[in-house]
Design a protein around this ligand. Sequence first.
Ligand code: HEM
Length: 271
Amino acid sequence: MVVGLLVVLAQLKGSSSTHLSTDFYKKSCPKVFSIVKSVVKSAVMEEKRMGASLLRLHFHDCFVQGCDASILLDDTSTFKGEKTAGGNNNSVRGYEVIDHIKLKVEEACPGIVSCADIVTIAARDSVALLGGPKWKVKVGRRDSKTASLEAANSGVLPSPASNLSTLIQKFKDQGLSPTDLVALSGTPPARSKNSENFDNAYFKNLKAKKGLLHSDQALYSGGSTDWLVELYSRCHEAFHKDLVAAMIKMGNISPLTGLNGEIRKNCRRPN
Ligand code: HEM
């Protein structure tokens, strides 16, 4: 009990200086990474699309009030969260996989690991499982106690009808560059018309003017990001390198650390 308390206090102290770190759970929950990976792996083996879905869940969480698991909060009779927002309703999926991971993580280390970190690690593992690049993920995020339908509907999430300057601005608002925008947009296997591999087919399709959404083709339409599409369509390594940097940046959007937020017991509701 006392040891547990000391570990928690040490974590709070370490994270209050804002920073996430790769070894945040090294002492308090060293198994977290293997637990997340094994649940994500079985989910993706059962249904390959789930890898893409978990990645999108992370993106939609981070763009609305930061990577704080706000997207996971269920509506109640007195509260409307983000799940029914325009870009999320009947579209974002993977909530049950996160519940499953949380259950296993709570069994191993009760009250230690945030839902926000679980979502981030699951997205990282999904990219790797789909044949994308691997990287060390920083953790130490805490969970929000609130979410807001208005915030999710306020236009922070890009729409498929967006043009290039709107997309660049929406990513800039989150501290992400045009390079991050283009690299991250190449992640969805569902939109590259190749769900089999995490390759650069997306960029090749854009060059062939076969982008699925208006917002996809906007990245290659005679504007300032054409050169990135050209580069990634030719060089797989450049895409993967920029993607890793962009995923890390996206995962760092406004995390709650220190004494802010909480570690939810159940990812679907505040404690
Ligand atoms: C740049 C503006 C973006 C727009 C307008 C956009 C829009 C969309 C739309 C409309 C879908 C189809 C949803 C459905 O079928 O219900 C989708 C799927 C997807 N998006 Fe995006 N997206 C954008 C950027 C991103 C980024 C940056 C990521 C990743 C970091 C991402 C990851 C995904 C994934 C993985 C899917 C497939 C999800 C699944 O099959 O469950 N998207 N996106």
